[in-house]
Design a protein around this ligand. Structure first.
Ligand SMILES: Nc1ncnc2c1ncn2[C@@H]1O[C@H](COP(=O)(O)OP(=O)(O)OP(=O)(O)O)[C@@H](O)[C@H]1O
Ligand SMILES: [Mg+2]
Length: 304
């Protein structure tokens, strides 16, 4: 069942088009990774979903209701964490958590205490004294202590140290295990790889890729390092080989995932002494999309 649905969403700021016909769907119990470079339109999409901005055109629905006209209703079942959390300077962290939890609805106070411990957070200090990471924790504790059906997280871990990043990941997986849905916008691609069932990549206001990580991996390349008994020849004539480098008797290169089988068969004829492979990463895919304009278009059709 679809929890969140966006169709042909367009947002203009004056003559500038920030979103240009965006489609997205998040299903119940799914963690959806929303990635893209700075200024691509992630936060704009999220603000429309939260009813903070009005779309110029298109549909944005949560729980089957229009995000703009039913914002009040929708918010009772949604928890939101922004990347830059502003607090009331004179309230303590604990007081702000309570305030956020009231806004999110369905507060679970037992969970609040557990999360304060897990995030190693001191709720008694005045908010103005908190570091960025600690301000982030306030919003995260309030969000995950709310019994929401959908968690909308816009770069929620930008200020967290690696230990806290791990705690965050556990929180997302707990929410998923409880059947909740999560929309996670993030620049930390390893985080997205660990957590997300499906991923959407946005670029200049347009979705350029969507799919499961498995599906996206078909568009990526595996890194190989090989050494063979007999001299390995004519490797550069094989299909799907990129960035071939020769260091002594060792070859390093990348292979298109769909050509792996043929390439490995070919190499094994020379007698394999060493074979190391590094899996394709989301980062490779992301980089290929953003490094150069002309390459960005290729492969986008592979999924849809
Ligand atoms: N209120 C506004 N008025 C005018 N332009 C805006 C406004 N809000 C956003 N924009 C523009 O819309 C584009 C998309 O911005 P958005 O904040 O959605 O990007 P983002 O993907 O969240 O980027 P980041 O990764 O840096 O958070 C940017 O070019 C931004 O300058
Ligand atoms: Mg943003």
């Amino acid at each position: 069942m679809s929890i969140l649905k966006i169709e042909n969403l367009t947002k203009k700021f004056g003559s500038f088009t920030a979103l240009d016909g965006v489609d997205m769907e998040v299903n119940e119990g799914e963690v959806y990774g929303f990635i893209g470079p700075n200024g691509a339109g992630k936060s704009t999409t999220i603000r429309i979903l939260l009813g903070m901005l009005k779309a110029t055109q298109g549909e944005a629905e949560i729980f089957g209701k229009d995000a703009w006209s039913h914002a009040v209703d929708i918010h009772k079942r949604v928890a939101y964490v922004p990347g830059d959390v502003n607090l009331w300077p004179n309230l303590t962290g604990g007081e702000v958590i309570d305030l956020f939890m009231k806004m999110n609805g369905n507060a679970n106070h037992e969970k609040r205490e557990q999360l304060i411990k897990k995030f190693d957070f001191d709720p008694t200090k005045k908010s103005r004294t908190y570091s960025k990471g600690n301000r982030q924790k306030v919003a995260l504790i309030a969000a995950f202590a709310s019994d929401a059906d959908l968690y909308i997280l816009d770069e929620p871990t930008s200020g967290l140290d690696p230990l806290m990043e791990k705690v965050f990941q556990e929180c997302v997986l707990d929410a998923k295990a409880a059947g909740k849905s999560v929309l996670l916008s993030s620049h930390i691609l390893s985080e997205v790889e660990k957590l997300c069932d499906r991923v959407g990549i946005i670029r200049q206001g347009k979705m350029v890729e969507t799919g499961t990580l498995e599906e996206l991996r078909h568009l990526t390349r595996t890194h190989l390092t090989v050494q063979t008994k007999q001299p390995l020849t004519a490797l550069n004539e094989l299909k799907g080989i990129h960035n071939l480098e020769e260091k002594g008797s060792e070859f390093t290169f990348q292979v298109d995932t769909e050509e792996m089988d043929a390439v490995i068969r070919y190499i094994s004829r020379f007698g394999i002494l060493k074979l190391e492979s590094a899996p394709p990463t989301l980062e490779d895919l992301f980089m290929r999309h953003y490094q150069s304009e002309e390459r960005a278009g290729t492969g986008a059709e592979g999924i849809r």
